[in-house]
Ligand binder design. Structure first.
Ligand code: MCU
Length: 412
């Protein structure tokens, strides 16, 4: 089965700044129509047609459109990214709504409150901003899902985002619960990962119209660990204003590929698979359920998430000691994703580091200095430092030729 994906173009945005008191600044974005933008709105791209399921045991080719046309230029790749995004939303993530009809923000103390109205409904949520020690305003900032689990260096602000407020993730009974669903309806197709990604986009909208936060909206990172790492990855994939994406121990549903995790499982390893993950929580759209036992039908896999983040900064943190995450799966999946960065001529914009340690979501010092900090220094603090990281301490052999049957073009 295949269904039509429609892209609707977003409409003119007007901005109005209302008077601010000393403590509170309130500004507003108004868009004339609420739209869903599954694949983006680039007018130079051909409209995205229906995207069919495939039969492909290998990782699908990021450089070939659904209609068979090859990607040869960077401009075409942007259109292909829109198509990949639409496919992932259709078959796995659910639809991420576009800019709401109205968004206002207020800033008080260290709290940024975001008020969103769309199609007659309204919600409001807040994030806490911790100003950096040192550095220069406007500061870069890292949005941490439930605070995140990485050390944030000097000069970088931290934005704590309570994600369960937007979409609950207690268990499979959490479907449709949270402010996202109060706004868009409890039956909305978005899974929790997509709902949180929508929240990140609204946080960035709010920062863009609230200079009083002293945060630079062009230097935003997003991080989270484990289930929240899956979320951080999806947020970076679905909003190209995110300058640096930092998923930590995201495993299955994050940096692992569904096909590779199924393979590991078939080899007797205790690795989380698509068919298991949907029985645990509401991270994905219910639309995903139809294909969890036949993931080779998906016209994408999770190397495609890296393909959506490209060419922006991406540093993937993984842990070889946790069998459940799928050490080979995350390594091989991100290796395939890195081929997109290679094609774009920016290999060093993506890093992958897999270090074994028993504390899930603990952050080993070995991954800090020349790895995490280098990515932050380069992509958030504008320093010219080296970010050449692709490593594992794992004892496995990823045979790329078994999984990648496409060649890597040099996109012009
Ligand atoms: C690695 O992320 C998840 C994993 O997908 C779940 O199966 C497990 O229950 O929880 C992990 C997690 O979020 O740990 C904090």
């Amino acid at each position: 089965p295949s269904s039509q994906v429609t892209t609707t173009s977003s409409t003119t945005t007007t901005r109005a700044t209302t008077a601010s008191t000393t403590a509170v600044t309130t500004t507003a974005i108004t868009t004339t129509a609420s739209t869903t933008t599954p694949g983006g709105t680039d007018p130079t791209c051909a409209a995205i047609g229906s995207i069919s399921l495939v039969s492909n045991s290998k990782l699908p080719d990021p450089f070939t459109f659904a209609n068979g046309q090859k990607v040869t230029t960077k401009a075409q790749f942007k259109c292909r990214q829109a198509e990949i995004s639409a496919a992932m939303q259709q078959y796995e993530l659910g639809t991420k709504p576009g800019k709401p009809q109205s968004l206002t923000a207020s800033w008080s103390g260290s709290t940024l409150t975001i008020n969103v109205s769309d199609q007659g409904k309204s919600i409001s949520f807040s994030v806490t901003v911790t100003a950096p020690s040192g550095g220069r305003a406007p500061y870069p900032a890292i949005i941490g899902y439930d605070g995140g689990s990485i050390p944030i260096p000097a000069g970088v602000a931290k934005i704590s985002f309570s994600i369960s407020d937007i979409a609950a993730q207690a268990n499979t009974g959490s479907r449709g619960q949270g402010k996202f669903y109060n706004l868009y309806g409890s039956g909305h197709s978005a899974g929790a990962l997509t709902a949180w990604a929508w929240g990140v986009s609204r946080i960035i909208d709010a920062i863009e119209i609230t200079p009083a936060t002293n945060i630079n909206p062009a230097r935003i990172g997003v991080t989270g660990c484990s289930r929240n790492g899956k979320g951080a990855f999806v947020a970076g994939a679905l909003d190209d204003r995110v300058a640096l994406t930092l998923p930590q121990e995201s495993g299955s549903g994050g940096s692992a590929c569904w096909r590779l995790s199924d393979y590991q499982k078939s080899q007797g390893q205790n690795v989380q698979t698509a068919s298991q993950i949907i029985t645990e929580n509401v991270w994905f759209s219910t639309a995903f359920n139809a294909n969890v036992n036949q993931v080779s039908r998906l016209p994408f896999d999770h190397h495609s998430l890296a393909a959506l983040v490209a060419p922006r900064g991406l540093y993937v943190i993984e842990n070889t000691s946790m069998e459940w995450l799928g050490a080979l799966s995350t390594y091989g999946c991100m290796k395939a994703g890195s081929l997109v960065y290679q094609a774009l001529g920016v290999s060093s914009n993506m890093g992958y580091s897999q270090v074994g340690h028993s504390d899930h979501c603990g952050f080993p010092a070995a991954q800090q200095g020349s790895e995490l900090n280098s990515f932050i220094n380069r992509f958030l603090l504008d320093q010219s430092v080296t970010t050449n990281v692709f490593r594992t301490d794992g004892n496995f052999n990823f045979n790329q030729a078994s999984w990648v049957d496409w060649s890597v073009p040099t996109l012009t």
